[in-house]
Structures are given as C-alpha cells and as structure tokens.
Design a protein around this ligand. Structure first.
Ligand code: GSH
Length: 222
C-alpha cells in the first residue's frame, strides 16, 4: 500500500493516522498540482488532491476514508465501529467539517495556503468570517471538553485527529486557541502523541513554502 502525501493539512492528517496505527504503508511524497504531475495523479484521484491510498484493489482518496480503511485493516478502534460510539464519532466528524475544521481551514487558507503558493492577498472579509465561525464553534468544543479528555467519552478516536487537522498550522493561521482553555488542553494532549507531533519524522518530504505574511505578523515592523 502506498500513501501519497505532502506536508499540507489533509495529507498530514492521513500520515499521522498511518503512523499512529503503525500501518504497513510506504510513504510517497507527492506534488500533484506541480507542473507535469497531473497525468500521474489523475488516474489515482480525478480531483488530484492528496492524500491518496493506493492499493492493489484500487485507490482511495479523502483523509477520512483513508483513516477508516487503515484503522479497520489494523483492527484498531481509532475509527469506532461499535453501536455506541460510531454514531458519536460521525457526529463530531460531520459537525467539525461544517464548523470548527471549516473555520480553521478558512483562516489558514488566507494566511497559509494563499501566501505559500502565491494565490493572492489575504482577504480580510474571509478572515473575519472564518474567525467568527472559529469563536462560535470553539466555544461549543470548549464546553464539551471541560469534563472530557477527548471528544468521545470512551477515549481517543479519529474524531480528535480530524477536529485538530488544521491546528498544527496555527503558527501561520494565528487562531486564538488560548481563549478556550479546555480546547487548548485537549490539543496539547493530542500533540503529546509522537505520531501527531511529528508525523513526517524520517520521511523525505521537502518543507512547505514559507507563508511570508505570517513571518511579518510574528515579527511586526514598527
Ligand atoms: N477533502 C480532502 C481534501 C484534500 C486536500 O485539500 N488536499 C490538499 C492539501 S490540504 C492538496 O491536495 N494539496 C496539494 C498538495 O499538498 O500538494 C481530504 O479530506 O482529503
């Protein structure tokens, strides 16, 4: 099995899952949107996006689907399959995609992806919309996590990984995680997992291009 990945958020999520599970995959660095690469990747994923899991039986794209497949292959409960927890896990995946993860993605897209790849200036209206959604959804998560170590009462699940998928990029996005102490504690706990903290350890993956605006934000010029 080959896992095609880069250092961007969704491939990072899939690599972290594979590393956490000890999945028997070989990691292949990919840059499907680089000139000349589309022909290689289109047969694997018509939208070209990564992560992609390539197996003899076919290919699978979408980080969530890959996490499901790898978890089942490993016999792990990271992806829950029981009557009690699976609906709860799906609840957080579904809500997260439309709320907290979406908020993080929107802000990161402006400060991170657009700046790294020269896709245009930061749009302050989009940042404001993303920040507003961040505050609304972070408050809900913070309340939920005040009495819990993970999103599910039964412990770590893939929902924690997915919910956190953009937070490793918060040096660039600058989301005010510290305004939500239970949420921040939950994230620190996740970041204690070696597979989450440094999923690319030992892999030959070039660094992401710098996001110049983020550097200016961290070192403001008077
Ligand atoms: N919904 C997809 C999103 C995949 C996606 O947006 N992938 C981006 C990175 S976050 C990509 O392919 N970027 C090209 C690259 O990293 O070279 C998923 O969850 O896997």
């Amino acid at each position: 099995m080959k896992l095609h990945y880069s250092r961007n958020p969704n491939p990072r999520l899939a690599v972290a899952v594979a590393r956490h599970l000890g999945s028997p995959v070989t990691f292949h660095y990919a840059s499907p949107f680089a000139p000349g690469q589309a022909e290689t990747y289109r047969p694997l994923n018509p939208s070209l996006s990564i992560p992609i899991l390539e197996e003899a039986r076919g290919t699978l794209w979408e980080a969530d689907a890959i996490a499901c497949r790898l978890s089942r292959l490993s016999g792990s409960t990271l992806w829950r399959t029981d009557d009690e927890d699976e609906p709860d896990m799906i609840r957080w995946l579904s809500w997260g995609k439309a709320n907290f993860v979406m908020a993080c993605d929107r802000v990161h897209f402006e400060y991170g992806t657009k700046q790294r790849y020269g896709l245009g200036p930061v749009d302050p209206v989009k940042v404001e919309e993303g920040m507003a959604l961040f505050h609304r959804s972070a408050a809900i998560l913070d309340a939920h996590l005040q009495s819990r170590r993970h999103l599910l009462d039964s412990g770590l699940s893939y929902a924690d990984f997915r919910m956190a998928s953009f937070l490793p990029f918060n040096d660039v996005a600058g989301l005010p995680l510290g305004d939500y102490p239970a949420l921040e504690t939950w994230y620190r706990r996740l970041d204690d997992l070696p597979a989450w903290r440094d999923p690319f350890a030992g892999l030959d993956a070039p660094p992401l291009p710098k996001a110049p605006l983020a550097v200016e934000r961290q070192n403001p010029v008077e």
